[in-house]
Design a protein. Structure first.
Length: 371
């Protein structure tokens, strides 16, 4: 099959815009007339300084990041930030509030328990299907911060609102919906996101942190995770993931050329609606387990045949769609089923190809499902 016909619906690392890959390919052996690949450039060279500064400038412009916020480019992924957040923000003898709505916020809370007391704000549930009603939330008023994950990649749960932190700094993992809708950065203390979903290739993690939260890390905090130290060295405390930052800069240029984050949000709504509408029109053949209000625009999970899913039909769906060039549609091993990830680089036309296949697959196999 021609590689150009492949549609990558992976949850991450995920599709990168074609224009970005074409430019990276063109510059791979000789970046900007230097005779070097970007991967060979010294992180302290003038050429790389231009790359990293341009990436920060574009990010600030696209997200309207206020001047009292710093941008850091780190390694370790979102999982590294699960430790960095409490190590930098959790005050001695205090606790932190965590809203657990899926796998990644649960992992973050568990990691934070190594460094202090974690108070879980929402009631524990057997199965994550949305965000529990705010009337059921119980916060610790003395908490150092309130933490949540804006979009749970595995379960397909996305917050349609910004939680109220009641005066505490609000910390958000936006790894899987970063740059997909406008964000009022001033409402947050810290925002972080891994690059491998909406910003490029794996390797770099962006952290946006408010100035007043710096300079109070735990004594146990490793230097490599100390926000103030990394800001002071312009993200060059150690050798940064230079190529990942380069690719991220190209992706940010692409987002700007496409019309900015507002256009990304419009496209995300169209793409996710195409899939959810197809699911709802299938008379129960396709079932999305997530409450409508909290259905993610980025990651759409569904079962085939029933709420529990038919293993044979789902395996057939993945095989047949893969033959047609639609890849990485198998759901996460912890929840099963099918998962469609529609990050910024996925075209509306590519989603239309998928939903046309979904409708055709439904018609051919509906006789196998009893209602």
């Amino acid at each position: 099959m021609n590689a150009s016909k492949i549609i990558n619906f992976a949850a991450g690392p995920s599709k990168i815009p074609e224009k970005v890959l074409e430019r990276a390919n063109k510059e791979f052996l000789n970046y900007n007339g230097t005779g070097h690949s970007v991967m060979e450039l010294s992180h302290r060279s003038a050429d790389f300084s231009q790359i990293i500064n341009n990436a920060e400038t574009l990010l600030r412009e696209l997200m309207h990041i206020p001047n009292n916020y710093h941008v850091i480019f780190l390694q370790g992924g979102g999982s590294g930030q699960f430790s960095a957040i409490p190590l930098n923000l959790m005050q001695k003898d205090k606790t932190a509030n965590y809203i657990v709505t899926g796998t990644w916020s649960a992992k973050a809370a568990k990691e934070a328990e190594k460094y202090g007391k974690v108070h879980k704000v929402v009631p524990k549930v057997e199965k994550h299907t949305g965000v529990p009603c705010t009337s059921t939330w119980i916060s610790n008023p003395d908490a150092s911060y309130l933490y949540y994950c804006d979009n749970e990649t595995i379960h397909g749960i996305e917050f349609p609102f910004v939680p109220e932190a009641n005066g505490a700094p609000l910390v958000c993992d936006m790894s899987s919906n970063f740059l997909s809708r406008p964000v009022d950065v001033s409402k947050y203390g810290v925002i972080f996101a891994g690059a491998q979903k909406n910003m490029g290739c794996a390797g770099v993690t962006v952290v946006i942190v408010r100035d007043d939260l710096l300079g109070h890390p735990m004594k146990e905090c490793p230097s490599i995770l100390d926000y103030k130290l990394n800001i002071g060295s312009n993200s060059l405390y150690n050798t940064p993931p230079t190529y990942s930052i380069y690719i991220m800069g190209l992706v940010l240029e692409w987002v700007k050329e496409q019309g900015g984050i507002g256009m990304m949000a419009e496209n995300a709504k169209v793409k996710s609606s195409l899939i959810y509408d197809t699911i709802r029109a299938s008379n129960g053949f396709y079932v999305c387990p997530i409450e409508k209000e909290f259905q993610s625009r980025m990651n759409v999970p569904f079962r085939i045949g029933s709420e529990e899913g038919s293993e044979s039909l789902e395996k057939q769906f993945v095989t047949e769609s893969g033959t047609l060039g639609m890849k990485q549609l198998k759901g996460h091993r912890s929840v099963g089923g099918i998962r469609v990830s529609c990050y910024n680089a996925i075209h509306i036309e590519e989603v239309e190809i998928l939903v046309n296949f979904m409708r055709e697959f439904h018609l051919r196999n509906q006789h196998m499902v009893e209602h």
